[in-house]
Design a protein around this ligand. Structure first.
Ligand code: GLN
Length: 541
């Protein structure tokens, strides 16, 4: 199919962590508001084939798509901002590109030619850059190039963009360069020199920035804009200020004020009919900024020092908080700092406790102590993936009196493997891409809290795990009040457990946090926050 899709490439200059992902998502949301079908993809220059094997300390959360790809956390921002799903094709790494090229070389596809970065790697990059665009599903594809211009690793990416721009022409392909305008306190001045250098560096690789987006703590006055325009060879109305804002969800509106959508549409020769439709976005923002209530929720996990490790959970709380017009204060607590002795002190002021997903043994006993406390004290509890598995272990040990109940992930020799690997997973030894990944069906039983919340019996949710509730114990659990509220119908795997006699106690095997969107908060999170509000009211009585 011949497609007329337009391409916007987003590069970064001066420093990393400028928020290219948020910028790309915000621009996409504006263009979506104008009625265009937009998707965003991320090209990462590292050699890992995907981020699935990266430690969350290194790279933050691993975001899983519907089709089971383990991807960069920026894809989470794309989905949350746009409300549309991404897929395997939306995240490409140098490792994946080399793997394809090397496999082709081994298969003899290059017919004896020397295989080189240019043209073979750059051709494969271009093929992948255009893959979604050529599907016919999108009018505009935004591609975020990871890393900073000038990095050795990103050179082939920049070269691929240069070639693509040359082939497609300037009305089908533009480059937006995100850069930093630092403020020197001693001189009381904003400085443009680092930006001039990074635009020059881009130009040395043959790529002219069409639009400059300038991260800054202070407004850019006309003189600075003129200077940037002159030295960086862009129109003055293509110098866009991206000033620091209170929440990432303000970014689309702040870019709208700067006229970013106008300049992008005019450069791409796309029609503009009035202002973008951001009605429900603005409604969300107004609820977010005018809370009538507040709750404090503990996030108990292994990686709490690094905020990015639980990015989607934190964002889900923001969405669910806004839906309840409630400010959710998330208190991160490292699980290996919790013990039976201090758990009361740490959790007694909480209106709800969420036990996070994770891998490995560290902090497990702290999570179990936290769950025992909230179960016995009727504090709302939400367990996600490993958090759900921990609530099963806790219940097994303290209610079913199965003394050493455990997951075989932590104790392969336990007498009571209440959480165990599925049979077909048992022979797998590789770590990369070998989990139960992506979207699976779940069927909810009527007369459960989960059914009341989802208001449907057939749901799908995303997964990333190896271990499962061991069905041999299910009868015993149900006899004591922990019910399977949802199961995967194809494999009869327990997906949700609930406690009958508790104000709110739900453990889910899946990662529901990956599906919460700004304009469509996840119902389980919304209801958990509502339960936390009720808990706070109970305490005040
Ligand atoms: N480690 C557990 C498993 O593999 C839980 C995984 C998770 O929390 N994502 O089943």
């Amino acid at each position: 199919m011949k497609s007329n899709c337009k391409y916007i490439f987003v590069t970064g200059g001066v420093t990393s962590s400028l928020g290219k992902g948020i910028f790309a998502a915000s621009l996409a949301r504006l263009l979506q508001g104008h009625g265009f079908r937009v998707t965003i993809q991320k090209f990462d220059p590292y050699i890992n084939v995907d981020p699935g094997t990266l430690n969350p300390y290194e790279h933050g959360e691993c975001y899983v798509t519907e089709d089971g790809a383990e991807t960069d956390l920026d894809l989470g921002h794309y989905e949350r901002f746009l409300g549309v799903d991404t897929s395997q094709s939306n995240n490409v790494t140098t490792g994946a590109v080399y793997q394809t090229v090397i496999n082709k070389e081994r298969a003899g596809d290059y017919l004896g030619k020397t295989v080189q970065v240019i043209p073979h790697i750059t051709d494969e990059l271009q093929r992948r850059m255009m893959l979604l665009g050529e599907s016919g599903e999108y009018d505009i594809v935004i591609t975020e190039i990871g890393g900073t211009v000038g990095d050795i690793e990103s050179f082939p990416f920049v070269e691929a963009v240069r070639q693509l721009k040359w082939k497609l022409g300037s009305t089908r392909c533009i480059t937006v360069h995100l850069t930093l305008i630092p403020y020197l306190a001693s001189a009381k001045e904003l400085k443009t020199k680092p930006t001039q250098h990074s635009v020059k560096m881009l130009l040395e690789s043959g790529l002219q920035a069409d639009i400059l987006v300038c991260r800054t703590e202070y407004p850019l006055n006309r003189d600075i804009r003129r200077k940037l325009a002159l030295f960086c060879n862009v129109n003055i109305n293509a110098v866009i200020e991206a000033i620091d804002v209170d929440t990432i969800y303000d970014v689309p509106l702040s870019l709208l004020k700067e006229g970013l959508d106008d300049i992008v549409l005019s450069k791409l020769k796309l029609p503009k009919h009035g202002e973008p439709d951001l009605t429900s976005w603005k409604e969300f923002l107004s609820r977010l900024k005018n809370p009538t209530n507040s709750v404090r929720i503990a996030l108990v996990g292994k990686y709490v020092e690094l905020q990015d490790a639980y990015k989607s959970i934190l964002e889900s709380f923001i969405h669910a908080g806004a839906a309840n017009e409630c400010k959710v204060e998330v208190v991160s607590i490292q699980s290996d700092h919790i013990s039976a002795e201090n758990v009361r002190e740490k959790l007694k002021h909480m209106d709800g406790v969420l036990v996070a997903p994770g891998f490995g043994d560290r902090g497990i006993e702290g999570k179990i102590a936290a769950i025992k406390f909230v179960r016995e004290n009727n504090i709302p509890f939400f367990g996600i993936c490993l958090g759900m598995q921990c609530c099963v272990i806790e219940f097994g040990r303290h209610v079913l009196k199965l003394k050493d109940a455990h997951s075989t992930e932590m104790n392969p020799k336990t007498k009571h493997p209440v959480i165990d690997k599925m049979e077909e997973q048992k022979n797998i030894t590789e770590m990369g891409g070998t989990m139960r990944l992506g979207s699976y069906d779940c069927r909810l039983y009527k007369k459960t809290r989960s059914y009341d919340i989802y208001k449907s019996q057939a749901i799908t949710e995303r997964h990333r795990h190896r271990f499962e509730f061991n069905n041999e114990y299910l009868k015993d659990y149900e006899a004591h009040g922990m019910m399977a509220a949802g199961v995967n119908p194809q494999q009869n795997l327990v997906e949700i457990v609930e406690l009958k006699e508790h104000p709110w106690f739900i453990g889910v095997q899946f990662h529901l946090e990956l599906k919460s969107k700004v304009e469509k908060p996840h119902p389980l999170f919304v209801d958990f926050v509502r339960a936390a509000i009720q808990q706070k009211e109970r305490k005040l009585k």
